[in-house]
Design a binder for this molecule. Structure first.
Ligand code: ASP
Length: 328
């Protein structure tokens, strides 16, 4: 009898200890596939701050592992210990990279546990301050007049800025593609744009809004189907579709992922924390100020987000194949 009580007590203790083991004292690292200070870093840092409030004991930190359009970071997380302490904050690149790389070392739909979608971010077509054009029409004319001479910055093959530039140039049907200049993220690319070392970039509003407002770069259009009429800074710019680029409609989304095999209880704790963070007024305010829309629909559920990513993979593959010769 005594022994039985002791065993029961041990079982209760072990279960309790297990339930409390996550997050424990070890930090939870959000691996960001791009340079610090850029759009994805911004989302990750704001989210880390919000999740600290909602996952008891959770010390969320950000680590930047830039390079190869995000694929280095994705590989790192896919191969990380599946204990919930190494997570990936990534964007549309999760769905785009299989269409752009001959060889990647992870399978987006098989090697990750999906935690949920975070936000959606419009993009802006921007230029260096020295460009003579002030409107999208002027800008198009300038591009045609300077065919072959201009360059466009992006954050690596499969990055949002790369996909945007690719689709824009193919829809524009410019015969002379611009020279692409890859960076480790659009934070360093923005520095080059402001300094006039690169001519053009298509980047998320989370990175461009403040610079547009301060007049450090020129903005010509937004990539969403409709203009962002509710935004204090971005409402001044037309959508590419309005400017005649038929069907152009590009929004970048971010999601949160864990390595495959992460225990269900840990995933649940993280997903619950994520859902609460997405309702945090402070997080929402920061994101909205930068033109981003925090996800409130069912895509915050792991299975729904995964379904969405699978559909995006098909959609982006078709778009990239159609863009064909501009796929560099
Ligand atoms: N999200 C990237 C960054 O944070 C930029 C991009 O994908 O274009 O720099």
């Amino acid at each position: 009898m005594k022994q039985w009580i002791a065993l029961t007590a041990l079982a209760v203790f072990t279960t309790g200890a297990y339930a409390q083991a996550f997050p424990g004292s070890k930090p939870v690292t959000f691996v960001v596939p791009f340079a610090a200070g850029g759009p994805t870093d911004r989302v990750a840092r704001d989210l880390a701050e919000a999740m600290r409030k909602f996952v008891p004991g959770g010390n969320f930190v950000v680590e930047n592992t830039a390079g190869a359009g995000g694929t280095i970071a994705a590989t790192k997380v896919a191969k990380a210990n599946p204990d919930g302490h190494t997570l990936l904050v990534w964007h549309i690149g999760m769905a785009a990279t299989p269409a752009l790389y001959r060889k990647i070392q992870y399978k987006p739909l098989e090697d990750f546990e999906y935690l949920g979608m975070i936000n959606e971010v419009p993009m802006t077509l921007v230029g260096k301050p020295q460009l003579p054009a002030n409107t999208y029409r002027d800008f198009e004319n300038y591009i045609r007049a300077n065919a072959g001479k201009l360059n466009i910055a992006h954050a690596g093959l499969g990055s949002a800025s790369h996909i945007c530039g690719l689709l824009w140039q193919s829809t524009l049907q410019s015969k002379d593609a611009m020279t692409t200049i890859p960076f480790g993220g659009t934070a360093p690319a923005m520095t080059a744009l402001m300094g006039g070392q690169v001519d053009v970039m298509c980047d998320q509003t989370t990175n461009t809004t403040a610079q547009i407002e301060a007049g450090r770069i020129k903005a010509f259009a937004v990539t969403t189907a409709k203009p962002l009429s509710g935004h204090p800074v971005l409402r001044h710019y037309p959508s590419l579709q309005e400017m005649g680029l038929k069907g152009f409609d590009l929004t970048i989304w971010h999601g949160l992922y864990a390595p495959k095999g992460t225990p269900a209880a840990v995933l649940q704790t993280l997903n619950e924390g994520l859902k609460k963070a997405l309702k945090d007024p402070e997080f929402i305010k920061k994101q909205e100020g930068l033109g981003a829309v925090v996800v409130t629909d069912k895509r915050v559920e792991p299975a729904e987000h995964k379904k969405f990513v699978a559909a995006e993979m098909t959609k982006i593959k078709a778009a990239v194949d159609a863009a064909g010769k501009y796929a560099d």
